[in-house]
Design a binder for this molecule. Structure first.
Ligand code: FAD
Length: 486
């Protein structure tokens, strides 16, 4: 088997390394940073607060289990997680509070009690979401969409034939507004567009199958936090002989005669028969393959949203909060227009607060909490982020303090901020976009970059900027598709 290089130790790069090692390749992972994880790294703030820096919501944990099973390991011995219940604590602008329970009937009953929407409408909506998910997932997520073989398969043809009957026409928002009259419930379901950095007023209705992931299959919390997904897989990779080179960025992918021949890093040149880039596909072409023609149409697809994140050590424990908390804006349309049309941050943003110390008690001192406070923002296009960080910080503090009836600012004991510039700098994601290109049009799934190069043999792509898309589960699936293709 040919030696393989993986460029980047993001979650997709790590998973690809494991899968290639299991196929018998000698695998070397080159990572520019001093550690693994990419967006999924962790850090501490003075005073004893630990934070997962990036992803916080975890669905489809079986995709991690699958990797351990493939390696002949019992997943439970290496990676444990619990199903969340409740999943999310919602705070609406009109003062309504609602818990999203894991059990569909209980969630629907809560919606009926708090919002007055008949429970049966919610159950029926979620079961349609489940149906759409099962009809399409194998086709759109588990295989390359860019190989003819994918389309000559009975399951896939069945799925494609079923699409028109799923009622998934128009935008996600239109679908939700048709299903429900209550604007708060429409807002709740529209929010799922942000799970891949998209705009519910533009994203196709097909994305309204995302709620099924959380409400049908479940939302989960890994023991020790999200970082343990990356850590457990790196441990497995090392056991399998994968070699990790940290602080060693790849500077060029070497080619000759229409195929890859190796990589040149900051330290050395390595001969390789297979190169998998886990670097965002835009800088992969611009920086590592400067002499190759780039697929400009693909690289020019609109980016997904980015984020402003305030990490706060909070000297108080709030009983009314859980692991995931959402404080909604008053006008969702205005908020998304600000992000995707005006390319700025709404003055009344929806605020997401993730508190892992609710689950991992050691993540904050007793009586304190570690708040990861996130606002969706556009990707970096030269905005004045320093001004936006200040303006948004005040808006966030006002909203959260008003909802909780407690002034939050005096409780902040430690603080750090991550913005789109910093996300780009730390992970090389183009513009600091969280999920590669957005899904703001019906063809987005087909316009993502394939998991292989059409021009260079031996060159493959994994991670959030290529097929099937961003977010932990899809990154893990990209690793599976790459290993299958290699
Ligand atoms: P990345 O994490 O982007 O890592 C790429 C790695 O490659 C980096 O370590 C980088 O240093 C390295 N690299 C780049 N260039 C080179 C080079 N030339 N040489 C060597 N190394 C290089 N997803 C969810 O599922 N749920 C969530 O709740 C969620 N929330 C998020 C919140 C935030 C704030 C962020 C930032 C992301 C969030 N995501 C979420 C998205 C998720 O984190 C990403 O989709 C996923 O982690 C991306 O993984 P990746 O494998 O594509 O690589």
């Amino acid at each position: 088997k040919q030696p393989a290089a993986v460029v980047g130790a993001g979650i997709a790069g790590i998973a690809t390394a494991v899968r290639l090692a299991l196929k018998g390749h000698a695998v070397t992972v080159f990572e520019a940073a001093d550690t693994f994880g990419g967006k999924m790294h962790q850090f501490e703030l003075p005073g004893g607060y630990r934070f997962d820096a990036g992803p916080s919501l975890f669905t489809l944990p079986q995709l991690v289990d699958d990797i351990f099973r493939l390696a002949g390991r019992d997943p439970k011995e290496h990676f444990r997680y619990e199903r969340l219940d409740p999943i999310t604590h919602y705070f609406f602008a009109d003062g309504t509070r609602l818990n999203a329970w894991a059990d569909t009937e209980k969630f629907a009953a809560e919606i009926e009690a708090k919002l007055g929407v008949p429970a049966r409408d919610v159950v029926s909506f979620l079961s349609r979401s489940a149906h759409a998910y099962h009809a399409t997932e194998k086709t759109f997520l588990h295989k390359s969409l860019h190989k003819a073989g994918t389309y000559f398969n009975a399951d896939v043809l069945k799925a494609l034939a079923a699409l028109p009957g799923l009622g998934l026409t128009g935008t996600m928002h239109q679908r939700h507004a048709k299903a429900f009259q209550d604007p708060r419930l429409v807002q709740l379901f529209d929010r799922f567009a942000t799970y891949n950095g998209s705009d519910p007023y533009q994203a196709p209705a097909t994305l309204s199958l995302i709620p099924h992931l959380e409400h049908g299959i479940g939302a989960f919390y890994p023991e020790g936090g999200i970082y343990s997904i990356a850590r457990s897989l790196v441990e497995l990779a090392e056991e399998l002989g994968v070699s990790f080179h940290y602080n060693e960025p790849v500077e060029e992918i070497l080619t000759a005669g229409g195929r890859v021949t190796g990589v040149r890093t900051s330290l050395d040149v390595y001969d390789m028969g297979v190169v998998v880039s886990n670097m965002d596909v835009v800088p992969t072409y611009r920086k590592l393959l400067p002499h190759q023609p780039a697929p400009e149409r693909t690289l020019g697809q609109p980016r997904s949203s980015s984020a402003l994140i305030y990490y706060w050590g909070i000297a108080h424990a709030f009983d009314e909060l859980g692991l995931h908390n959402i404080f909604f804006s008053k006008d969702y349309k205005q908020e998304f227009d600000a992000i995707f049309q005006q390319k700025t941050v709404s003055t009344d943003p929806t605020v997401y607060v993730n508190i892992t110390s609710k689950k991992t008690l050691t993540d904050a001192p007793a009586g304190h909490e570690n708040w990861f406070v996130m606002v969706n923002v556009p990707h970096h296009q030269g905005q004045d982020w320093d001004a936006l960080i200040q303006q948004t910080r005040q808006a966030v503090l006002d909203k959260v303090s008003r909802n909780l009836g407690v002034a939050v600012e005096p409780l902040i004991r430690a603080e750090q901020v991550w913005d789109p510039r910093g996300i780009e700098q730390r992970t090389s994601s183009f513009g600091g976009a969280l999920y590669g290109s957005s899904s703001n049009n019906a063809l987005a799934a087909f316009l993502r970059h394939p998991n292989f190069s059409r021009k260079l043999d031996g060159l493959y792509f994994c991670g959030g900027s290529v097929h099937p898309g961003g977010g932990i589960p899809l990154c893990l699936l990209s690793a599976k598709i790459v290993a299958d293709l290699v």
